[in-house]
Ligand binder design. Structure first.
Ligand SMILES: [Fe+2]
Length: 135
């Protein structure tokens, strides 16, 4: 299993489902590392100076979710992928980007969904970032 497969597979859903309120660092479970597996604004780990351009922005309007990452896009350095998950780890959707794309994606939540949602953004140089919001 390569790194990308790992991050997009069931393990990522398990990590997201186990996060809780405070972010990554205090929530190691099931043998996962306590830090530097994924990053948040509150817990940027080894990428402390990178949070501003890597944490995805999340907007929720009438059951629609928009993720955007304020990150430059070039052949050498770009946002590879967004995903949106529900609190139980259900993947609502995902979008893969090329360096020519803008790192923006949109998703429709299940009808009537209430609860947490998790947006992820993966940079090819600065790893996997997470934002949490409540619907
Ligand atoms: Fe980056």
């Amino acid at each position: 299993m390569n790194r990308r497969t790992f991050l997009t597979g069931a393990a990522a859903a398990a990590v997201v489902a186990s996060i809780g309120k405070a972010g990554a660092a205090e929530h190691a479970t099931d043998g996962l590392p306590a830090q530097n597996l994924f990053y948040t604004k509150e817990n940027p780990g080894r990428w402390e100076k990178k949070a501003g351009t890597h944490v995805p922005h999340i907007e929720i309007v009438d059951g629609n979710v928009k993720l955007s990452t304020p990150h430059p896009m070039s052949e050498e350095h770009f946002i590879v992928r967004h995903t949106l998950l529900l609190a139980d780890g259900t993947v609502v959707g995902a979008k893969t980007f090329t360096p020519k794309d803008s790192p923006i994606s949109e998703y429709a939540l299940p009808d009537g969904y209430k609860g947490k949602v998790f947006g992820t953004s993966f940079c090819n140089q600065h790893d996997f970032w997470l934002v949490e919001a409540k619907v």
